[in-house]
Design a protein around this ligand. Structure first.
Ligand code: ADP
Length: 393
C-alpha cells in the first residue's frame, strides 16, 4: 500500500513538473520569438524605428489578434521610450541598459506577473535601441495551481478508494478464514468425539475385559489428541487477541524435549525418533510455550512421514542460544508453499493428515514472543527440517 502511494505521488509530481516546464517554456518561446521577429524587421528599416516605429510594434499587422496579449515596448539607445503597444497603457518595463537577450520575471505593483524579454538592436555595429516583449504569466500560474489542486484531489480520492478496497479485501479474508476455520473445526472436533463415544459404547456393552481395555486405550488416545487441538486453538485465539502471557522460568530444554518426543512416539509407535540432546540445556522460558513448539513440530514430522518414517530431534547449546532442529524424511513441502506454511489456516496437504493449519502459526508466534526465530528447509519427496533458535533467557 505504502509503495503504491509512493508511486502515485511520484507519478503526479512528474506529471506536474512536466506540465509546468512545458507551460513556462512555451511562454519564454513566445516572448523571445516575437522580439526576434520584430528585431529582424527593424534591422531591415532602421530609420523607421527611430522616426515612426508604431507599425513595427507587431511583426505581422494582419495577424494582430495573435499578438493581442503581448506587451511590446521600444526604447532608444539611452533607454528613452520610443513606442509601446496600446495594451501597455501607462506601464513601462524595466530596461537593462547595454544588455542583450535578457529574460526576466516581473511582479507589477498591482500584483500581475510578467515574463519580459529584452533584445538589443544593433545596426552596423551601433546600438540604436531595444525591443522589449512581455506577456502575463499570472494565468499560467493560476492554471498550474488548478492542476496541482486537481492532482492532489485525485490522489486523495485514489488513496481513500485504495484504503476502502483494502478493508474490503481484509474483511473478505476474515470471512474466508472464518469459513475455513468452521469447516476444519467441525471436522477435527467431531471426528474424535464420535470415535470416543463409539469406543465408550463398546466399553459399556462388551463384558470382555480385554475389549474394554482396548476401547479405553483408544478413548485415551483420542482425548489426548483433542486436548492438544483445543489447547492449540485456545493459544491461537489468545495470541491473536494479544492476551497470551509468558511465565518464564529456568528449565531443562533436553528434559522437555525428551518428554514431548516420548509422547509423540506413543501416538505414532511406528516412527523412529532419533534424538541428540545435550546435557546442559538450561533455558529461561515459558514451559507451556516450549512444550507446544516441540510437540507441534514433532507431531507434524510424524504426521507427514511415511509409515516407518524417521524423525530427528537435535538440540545444540551455542552458549548464546539454543538451536533446535526437527527433521523428517517425509513428503516435504513445495517451494511455493514454504512461504505460506506459517500462515494461520494454511494447509499444504489437507487430505493426507488431520489438522487445522494452526499448529505452525502458533509455533511461530510462541517462538517470536521469546525473541527467537524459525526457518524451514524442505524438498518435496525428501523431507523437511525446521530450525528454531531461542535466546537463553
Ligand atoms: P496442520 O494442523 O494442518 O498440520 P500446521 O500449521 O502444523 O497445521 O501445518 C500447516 C501445513 O504445513 C500442514 O497442513 C502441512 O501441509 C504442512 N506441513 C507442516 N509440517 C510439515 C512437515 N514436517 N512435512 C510436510 N508438510 C508439513
Amino acid at each position: 500500500m505504502g509503495f503504491m502511494v509512493m508511486i502515485l505521488i511520484s507519478a503526479s509530481m512528474t506529471l506536474f513538473t512536466y506540465y509546468k516546464k512545458n507551460l513556462l517554456n512555451d511562454i519564454e518561446l513566445r516572448v523571445t520569438n516575437i522580439a526576434d521577429e520584430i528585431t529582424l524587421n527593424i534591422a531591415k528599416d532602421p530609420g523607421k524605428f527611430l522616426e515612426d516605429p508604431t507599425d513595427l510594434l507587431y511583426p505581422d499587422r494582419e495577424n494582430e489578434l495573435y499578438y493581442s496579449d503581448m506587451l511590446i515596448e521600444f526604447v532608444d539607445s539611452s533607454g528613452k521610450l520610443i513606442a509601446k503597444s496600446p495594451n501597455m497603457k501607462s506601464y513601462r518595463f524595466i530596461h537593462f541598459k547595454g544588455e542583450d537577450d535578457v529574460l526576466s520575471d516581473i511582479l507589477t505593483s498591482n500584483g500581475d506577473k510578467l515574463k519580459v524579454y529584452q533584445r538589443k538592436i544593433d545596426v552596423d555595429g551601433k546600438t540604436i535601441g531595444y525591443v522589449m516583449a512581455g506577456i502575463h504569466t499570472s494565468r499560467a500560474y493560476n492554471d498550474l495551481n488548478k492542476l496541482r489542486n486537481s492532482l492532489s484531489l485525485i490522489m486523495f480520492t485514489v488513496v481513500i478508494m485504495m484504503l476502502l478496497g483494502l478493508r474490503f479485501i481484509a474483511k473478505a479474508e476474515i470471512v474466508n478464514d472464518q469459513r475455513k476455520f468452521l469447516s476444519f473445526a467441525s471436522h477435527e472436533l467431531r471426528t474424535p468425539l464420535s470415535v470416543i463415544s463409539g469406543h465408550a459404547e463398546v466399553a459399556l456393552s462388551d463384558d470382555n475385559p480385554a475389549n474394554q481395555k482396548e476401547a479405553l486405550k483408544l478413548i485415551r488416545e483420542e482425548s489426548v489428541w483433542m486436548n492438544k487441538l483445543v489447547s492449540n486453538l485456545l493459544s491461537f485465539f489468545r495470541s491473536e487477541a494479544g492476551v497470551e502471557k509468558l511465565l518464564k522460568k529456568e528449565m531443562d530444554l533436553s528434559e522437555i524435549a525428551l518428554s514431548e518426543a516420548t509422547s509423540v512416539k506413543s501416538r505414532y509407535p511406528n516412527k523412529n525418533i532419533i534424538m541428540n540432546l545435550p546435557e546442559n540445556a538450561k533455558l529461561k522460558a515459558d514451559a507451556d510455550s516450549i512444550k507446544k513448539i516441540l510437540s507441534n513440530l514433532l507431531d507434524n514430522a510424524a504426521k507427514y512421514t511415511g509409515d516407518k518414517g524417521n524423525i530427528t530431534l537435535s538440540i545444540e547449546n551455542t552458549g548464546k542460544q539454543m538451536v533446535i532442529k526437527v527433521s523428517d524424511d517425509g513428503i516435504g513441502i513445495d517451494k511455493a508453499e514454504q512461504k505460506r506454511i506459517f500462515d494461520p489456516y494454511f494447509r499444504a496437504d489437507d487430505k493426507k493428515a488431520s489438522g487445522m493449519g494452526l499448529g505452525l502459526a502458533i509455533t511461530k508466534a510462541a517462538i517470536r514472543s521469546h525473541g527467537g526465530k524459525i526457518s524451514l528447509a524442505s524438498e518435496p519427496g525428501k523431507g523437511s527440517t525446521f530450525t528454531v533458535t531461542l535466546p537463553l533467557s
